[in-house]
Each structure stands twice: as C-alpha cells, then as structure tokens.
Ligand binder design. Structure first.
Ligand SMILES: Cc1ncc(COP(=O)(O)O)c(C=O)c1O
Length: 342
C-alpha cells in the first residue's frame, strides 16, 4: 500500500527509511557551517552542508548513498561489487573504500573519456583501497553501463556473487539516502534557528532527486536548484524527477514529482563533463581563499559558480539565507593541478 506524503513529517519518513537494508558507513550528521567571510563577500547569509566530511575514503555524497546500495548488496549475499564511471570518479573511489570496509572485492570499470587520466586523485585512491581496475574506451552513458554489466556477468560465470551498482536501483536507493540527509539538514536548521530560502547542489541524479522528494514531502518552501555537471543524452529534469519518483516507490510513498517541478541548470557544465571551467575555477579559488574550503573542479566548483552567479545577478536577492550542499569530490583536485590559478 502506498502512503500519502501529505501526512508525513520527519519521524514518519525516518520510519519508512528504517525498513530498508543499510550498512552504516558515514560520519553523520555532517556539519552545517555558517560561512561568515563568504557571506560578507557575497552579501547573503551562506551556510555550507559539509558532505565532503562524511569520512570514509576521504568522504563525499556517495558514502551516504552506498549505505543503501551496499546494504542491498549485503542482503543479497554478494561477495564483490562492480561499479564504473570516468577515470576520476568520486563514486568509484567511495565504492572502493566502502567495499574495503565491508570485506567485499571491488571491480571498477573506468572510462578514459574525460581528462584527469593520471595516476592521481581518485584513481590513485582506488588502487590504495585495493580495487581491481579495468579500463574501457567508451562513453559515460550507455557504454559504461554495458561494460559494467559484462564484468558482472563474467564474475557470475566464474562462480562469484557480484552486486552491480547501476540504475534504477542505485538511483532510487541513492535518492533515499538524500531524503534521509534532507531530514538531517532540517533538524540542524531548526536547532541553529536558521530559516533556509535557497539551496544549491551539484546533481543531475540521486542526490538532487532525494532532496527534491523530501522537500516536497515536508513542504518547506525551500527552493532547491540542481546544478548539473554533465549533459546526458536524456533531459536533466526528467532524470531528477525519475530519481525522486524511484525513491518514492522504494519508500512506499504515492508522491510523484514531474519534470516541470524540477529547478535545475545545465548552464555551468562549461567545456564539458570532466573538464574544468573558468567560472568553476574562479569559484573554487573564492571558497578556498575566503573559507579554507576545498571544492573540486568537476562537480562542486561548478555548482558554487552557479550559486555565486545567482547572487550576483540578483536572482537570489541580497540578504537571503542560502545553503550550499558541498557534495565532496576534493581528491579529484590533485588530478587537475592546472585548475588552481595563481
Ligand atoms: C562531488 C560530487 N558531487 C555531486 C555528484 C552528483 O551526484 P548525483 O549523481 O547523485 O546527483 C557527484 C557524482 O558523482 C559527485 O562526485
């Protein structure tokens, strides 16, 4: 039976989440920090949700998501996991660390279609965590999913019990993790007596989808803007709505989000996925020099550039209370030294 989201508050949503298989990996709650110098610089009240500090394997948003995807892997009795993405993938690095924590073998299929191909940053950490790496020359969309599936099938034929981290499961369970994260944020905001008006997050999938769903259920009135780091072959708003709706189904909620309700921008991808942009590099330098915060040039710097641009254009009015959700990714910086200006 589906539940109507109209009658749900934080305890009810937590109750639904508690029914799902989960392994505990993240240091939570992550801090909700007031950024005093950046606030003064931008002319708004800026808070930063520090999911770069989730702990495991140098942290990031995916540690939260892996609590549910690997919870499902453990429930199914997997002895290894298969994940794959670009060479400098944060998700792969966090999956490798989580697999090590759980005593599972980790197979990573890494595509060399973006820059940052050196044995540095996330790629180096993958090795440190003991992941078995297979390189493929394919695109980041369907191509990489097919390559991951082929590795899982080979492992199965060898008598292994692989768990493949892939949509739609990873999308829905990843979004559930960010429903949970949103509840955490709401409690912190209440404790700190902060009334948030605008939220910016780098996402075109599970992270944003979960936040949108939880925001809808709790009817907070907070405006969530998802900043996409990539132009997929499918529309960004559809993907975010699909993530929200898959999570709703997993939780047994009858809530449905339509693409037209999704607030997103593709305007900060810059030269392309996996390639630093000049606006992003500027934003990365601003966060580092005003607050000592490390963003990464591929994801979070581009999202912070979107926030800064919205404030400067007046789209976010002066004096507004704004949250930047720092989704991590900092290790990738070491693979892109040229993104740091003098
Ligand atoms: C640092 C960082 N931020 C944001 C995202 C986007 O997350 P999602 O795909 O869950 O929307 C990623 C995805 O890999 C990431 O590594």
């Amino acid at each position: 039976m589906s539940l109507s989201s109209d009658c749900l508050g934080i305890p009810e949503l937590r109750g639904l989440i508690r029914r799902l298989p989960r392994v505990f990996l993240a240091h939570v709650p992550t801090p909700l920090d007031y950024a005093a110098r950046l606030s003064r610089h931008l002319g708004v009240r800026l808070y930063i949700k520090r999911d770069d500090a989730t702990g495991l394997g140098l942290g990031g948003n995916k540690v939260r998501q892996l609590e549910f995807t690997l919870g499902e892997a453990v429930r199914r009795g997997a002895d290894c996991i298969v994940q794959g993405a670009a060479e400098q993938s944060n998700h792969c690095r966090q999956a490798a660390a989580a697999a090590a924590r759980l005593g599972l073998d980790c197979y990573l299929v890494l595509s060399g279609d973006a820059r940052g191909g050196s044995r540095q940053g996330n790629r180096l950490l993958d090795e440190l965590f003991g992941a078995r790496i297979e390189r493929v020359e394919t695109d980041m969309g369907q191509g990489i999913q097919e390559a991951k599936k082929a590795v899982a099938q080979r492992l199965l034929a060898e008598g292994r019990r692989p768990y493949l981290i892939a949509p739609p499961d990873s999308l829905g369970l990843g979004a559930v993790a960010f429903v949970d994260a949103f509840l955490e944020l709401m409690e912190q905001a209440r404790e700190q007596e902060v009334s948030l008006q605008h939220l910016f997050v780098c996402s075109c999938g599970a992270t944003g989808g979960g936040l949108i769903l939880a925001n809808r259920c709790l009817a907070t009135g907070l405006r969530i803007r998802c900043v996409s780091p990539i132009l997929w072959e499918w529309p960004t708003d559809q993907r975010l709505a699909e993530a929200a709706n898959t999570a709703a189904r997993v939780l047994g909620l009858d809530t449905r989000v339509t693409p037209s309700e999704v607030d997103y921008t593709n305007a900060f991808v810059g030269p392309g996925y996996g390639i630093p942009s000049s606006e992003g590099c500027e934003a990365m330098s601003l966060a580092a020099r005003q607050e000592g915060i490390v963003l990464d040039p591929i994801y979070t710097a581009k999202a912070f550039a979107a926030l800064a641009a919205a404030v400067r254009s007046g789209e976010v009015p002066p004096g507004s209370t704004v949250l930047f959700w720092h989704t991590g990714g900092s290790p990738a910086l070491f693979a892109f030294p040229d993104s740091v200006g003098a």
